[in-house]
Design a protein around this ligand. Structure first.
Ligand SMILES: [Zn+2]
Length: 355
């Protein structure tokens, strides 16, 4: 098995233009690349960069309807515009359909290369993000649901039995939850800030029918920091994963849970991201032979993206870098609220899992 970490990236992801003042813009990826240069990550032999291929209609239609795919293509060909609202929908430019196809292709390449044994793990650094998009709806800066398509591809095309998705974005991945709401083949776990966009992902949203008990939501109070995340991962998510036994782990890699993020109020530091991804690496070693892939979602502060994404990639490759971004203190009342949330999740999930 290849021992390196794969970064899937292409400059084409800079060509999805959202107009002046939009938080989801090409500068996000430029900040990530600046971080890689600063921490000299790409010179390390344990990290490789490859370009994705463009996903085809059949791949998009693993999750989306043909009607929706055709509509997006047509909308962009005519010059694009705003689908939904500026803040809650998605701004499309002429090339956005093509770029979004490459973003899906990036997620697919990330999982295929690891599954084929060429790399230990992988991260797809793509735009537009995906976890708010559902079967027929562009939403929350997302056009196609990159990670959901990767999960479906793993199960339906590659014959992987069960997939776990950890959504570490500060917003609930309503699209991903909706797409897999009724299946027990995908365990979806989301950490997000309570009562912000899109407003879904309460503790009691545990899935429907066969999928009941396979959706785990942590709606956290503002300022929640790594201490809270690690406690939840170690005491609740880890034991559930041990029983679920995924054959593959996907991470919706949002970086807007960083304390500097302008859109949200959570409290992770770069060191916190290191601890979380160290946990993912260890969990993958225990359950999937080390195999996992991360796919970029949100994250809107450039300094946070520089530091935290480099920290995560280094951790995935088994490297340590010096980043000046220490853990943040959490106000006592909010910490107590967060601990109560964890307890409520534990209580709810104990109806389905021995935890
Ligand atoms: Zn987000």
């Amino acid at each position: 098995m290849g021992d390196e970490t794969l970064i899937v990236y292409d400059n084409i992801f800079l060509d999805h233009l959202t107009g002046p003042g939009h938080p989801e813009n090409p500068d996000r990826l430029k900040a990530i690349l600046r971080g890689f240069r600063k921490f000299k990550l790409l010179e390390n032999p344990k990290i490789k960069v490859e370009k994705p291929q463009k996903a085809g209609v059949d791949e998009l239609c693993l999750v989306h309807s043909r009607k929706y795919v055709d509509f997006i293509e047509e909308f962009c060909r005519k010059g694009g515009g705003i689908l939904g609202t500026w803040g809650g929908g998605v701004v499309c430019s002429r090339r956005s359909f093509e770029v979004a196809c490459y973003a899906v292709g990036g997620a697919l390449k990330a999982v295929d290369e690891v599954l084929n044994g060429r790399y230990r793990n992988s991260i797809a650094l793509v735009r537009p993000p995906g976890h708010h998009a559902s079967t027929e709806l562009a939403y929350g800066f997302c056009i196609f649901n990159n990670i959901a398509i990767a999960a479906k591809h793993l199960i339906e095309v590659r014959g992987v039995t069960k997939v776990a998705i950890l959504d570490m974005d500060a917003h609930h991945g309503n699209g991903t939850q909706e797409i897999f709401e009724k299946t027990s083949k995908v365990l979806y776990v989301s950490f997000h800030q309570d009562r912000i966009f899109p407003g879904t992902g309460s503790i009691k949203d545990v899935g429907i029918g066969e999928g009941e008990g396979f959706k785990v939501n942590f709606p956290l109070p503002p300022y929640s920091n790594e201490e809270i995340y690690l406690k939840a991962l170690n005491e609740i998510v880890g034991p559930i994963l041990d029983r679920f036994k995924p054959a593959y782990i996907l991470v919706s890699a949002g970086f807007d849970a960083h304390h500097l993020d302008p859109l949200t109020g959570l409290g992770l530091s770069s060191l916190g991201y290191v601890e979380i991804y160290r946990w993912v690496v260890k969990t993958a070693e225990r359950l999937t032979g080390g195999k996992f892939s991360a796919v970029l979602e949100g994250g809107y502060d450039y300094e946070a993206l520089e530091k935290a994404v480099s920290s995560v990639v280094a951790t995935m490759a088994g490297l340590t870098i010096e980043v000046n971004d220490p853990p943040q203190k959490m106000p006592e009342n909010l910490k107590n609220a967060a601990l109560r949330t964890l307890e409520d999740v534990r209580k709810t999930m104990s109806n389905y899992w021995t935890i």
